[in-house]
Write a protein that binds this ligand. Structure first.
Ligand SMILES: [Zn+2]
Ligand SMILES: [Zn+2]
Length: 264
């Protein structure tokens, strides 16, 4: 009997900070088959709200992994901390993983909301990684992570998660850099940002051609395009990316669920 996919990747926000129906700021939920617990990748504004739409309970969020500190990727950390303090929910400890500076960001954010600690995580284990480190792997409970610095902000990271004999690689925000392709080598699910059309390409984000090239270079088994700014039609992005990448391409949208390509 087919055991089904080893994990699901649910898109909580497939867009940018600019308002666009169906494409909220960055947030994703990774869940292993047969598990209720989820790991969030990024936590942009609207992520907590999107958990409800995705049928994910607050108490099921056991970990958040951050790519970088731009608000469209992390602002809802404060909302998450506040929600977890609500007496109506009972949450266990949470693990917060991100670039160096994460503890400081959490502290300053919590202080902004007053001394009573409304936006403070009470029982968080914070794990900071150095984007320039030579050892770029983290073995966590039930999840092996690896990361690579991206071409975006000084602290920006791409993440790869291995679980259930398969893998997903999330680019975070990045320009076209071989470091991300190396991290994503032969990954079963490459979730790659695709911000602007080729005609409006910028150095620190990807356009469809660049996303396709990275997926091709990585020999990714499946590509999911995401982080669409309002000017880019996802179907157009797919058509352009497909000129450089021959494998399957899916389009993220708020609420879409993606599974890894089967391992050969
Ligand atoms: Zn960014
Ligand atoms: Zn972004």
């Amino acid at each position: 009997m087919d055991p089904g996919p080893p994990f699901t990747w649910t898109v909580l926000g497939a867009g940018s900070i600019l308002p666009r129906a169906g494409f909220g700021p960055a947030g994703y939920a990774l869940r292993a088959a047969g598990e209720r617990r989820v790991t969030l990748f990024d936590c942009g504004p609207g992520t907590v709200r999107a958990l409800g739409a995705a049928g994910i309970d607050l108490a099921e969020v056991e970990r958040v992994v951050l790519s970088h500190f731009h608000p469209d990727h992390c602002l809802d950390l404060l909302a998450l901390a506040f929600a977890r303090r609500n007496p109506a929910v009972r949450c266990g400890p949470i693990e917060l993983v991100g670039p160096r500076g994460l503890s400081d960001l959490l502290e300053r954010g919590a202080n902004t909301f007053g001394t009573r600690g409304w936006a403070r995580f009470e029982d968080a284990r914070v794990l900071e990684v150095d984007p320039g480190a030579s050892d770029r792997v983290l073995a966590l409970d039930g999840l092996d992570l690896a990361f690579a610095p991206t071409l975006h902000a000084p602290e920006a990271l791409a993440w790869r998660a291995e679980l259930g004999g398969s893998s997903v690689t999330y680019s975070g925000d990045t320009g076209e850099t071989p470091a991300v392709a190396e991290l994503a080598e032969e990954t079963e699910l490459f979730v790659c940002e695709c911000s602007f059309a080729d005609e409006h390409a910028v150095e620190h984000h990807l356009s469809p051609s660049g996303s396709g090239r990275l997926a091709h270079r990585a020999r990714a088994r499946k590509l999911v395009l995401t982080h669409f700014y309002p000017g880019l039609a996802p179907e157009d992005a797919r058509a352009v990316a497909a000129r450089n990448f021959a494998g399957p391409i899916e389009l993220a949208r708020d609420g879409s669920v993606h599974v890894p390509a089967p391992r050969p």
